[in-house]
Design a protein around this ligand. Structure first.
Ligand SMILES: Cc1cc2nc3c(=O)[nH]c(=O)nc-3n(C[C@H](O)[C@H](O)[C@H](O)COP(=O)(O)OP(=O)(O)OC[C@H]3O[C@@H](n4cnc5c(N)ncnc54)[C@H](O)[C@@H]3O)c2cc1C
Length: 236
């Protein structure tokens, strides 16, 4: 493997080495890449999903030993979803990356007492490596709010519990918008607890549906959070 960490995004032909259906229509995929590049937690890759060269973006959940882990919602059923639902372990995949400025910045967070991560669906993907990165330098509180529609589309329950147990600064809450009988967690939308938050000295990372991001942004600005403390990545 060649270490080429000084160059920017590159096009590489990777190979799918693992594919797992985590929940209904949600896959975790691991793709091995021939070259190692510089990665900042929160960044994404662009995958070629058609013969004609059409591409779709996917956030990187983990980058280790030359392998990227991706979290793929095939629910939208468009070109990208169908391609990735059908791709098999052992097959080639053209990957371009890494891209994006949706990352955690040590200097920006220095004086913040709490960092909030707010996701809908697979919008949680970039947050895992970002939170992992924060663990190495950040001393304030880190709170994750995750909005999921159905219990059958829920995953990473043990991973989140382990993160909470291993780092006392971190806590999370799941908001189920269409819960079934027996759901014991919170019901409703991901921003439901925002009114009760003291937003002074907080920083916000929003990821997933544009509708959620726009609503959260508007409410955060009204609460006095400055625009520079609201970071977001719109998936669709
Ligand atoms: C920077 C970036 C990072 C991304 N990271 C991820 C990721 O980590 N995991 C992931 O699953 N997706 C991610 N996405 C979204 C992904 O790139 C695709 O847009 C999505 O998977 C749909 O692609 P498609 O070709 O199947 O559907 P398209 O043909 O692009 O869209 C079909 C229809 O579905 C709608 N739609 C698209 N996505 C969703 C959705 N999630 N829920 C409901 N409706 C939707 C579209 O608005 C459209 O109407 C990311 C997008 C961006 C811009």
């Amino acid at each position: 493997m060649r270490i080429d960490s000084m160059v920017g995004p590159k096009k590489q032909v990777g190979k799918v080495i693992k594919k797992l259906e985590l929940a209904e229509k949600v896959f975790e995929m691991v793709v091995s890449l021939p070259e190692t590049l510089l990665f900042k937690p929160g960044q994404y890759v662009s995958l070629r999903v058609s013969e004609s060269g059409i591409r779709r973006s996917y956030s990187v959940v983990e980058y280790a030993s030359g392998n990227i882990k991706l979290l793929v919602d095939v629910g939208p059923a468009g070109l990208g979803s169908v391609f990735l639902e059908n791709i098999k372990v052992g097959e080639a995949l053209e990957v371009m990356g890494f891209f994006g400025n949706f990352v955690v910045d040590r200097n920006e967070l220095e004086d913040k007492k709490t960092v909030y991560f707010v996701a809908t669906g697979t919008g949680i993907a970039p947050f895992l490596p970002m939170i992992h990165k924060l663990k190495s330098f950040y001393t304030g509180k880190v709170i994750l709010w995750w909005g999921v529609r159905y219990e059958r589309r829920l995953y990473w329950q043990q991973e989140l519990k382990d993160m909470e147990t291993s780092w006392s600064n971190f806590s999370y809450e799941i908001y189920m918008s269409r819960p079934e009988e027996g759901w014991k967690g919170k019901m409703g939308r991901v921003g439901d607890d925002l009114d009760g938050v003291n937003a002074e000295n907080t920083s916000w990372y929003l990821c997933g549906a544009t509708e959620m991001i726009e609503q959260m942004k508007e409410r955060l600005l009204l609460k006095g959070v400055s625009e520079t403390d609201i970071n977001y990545e719109k998936f669709f």
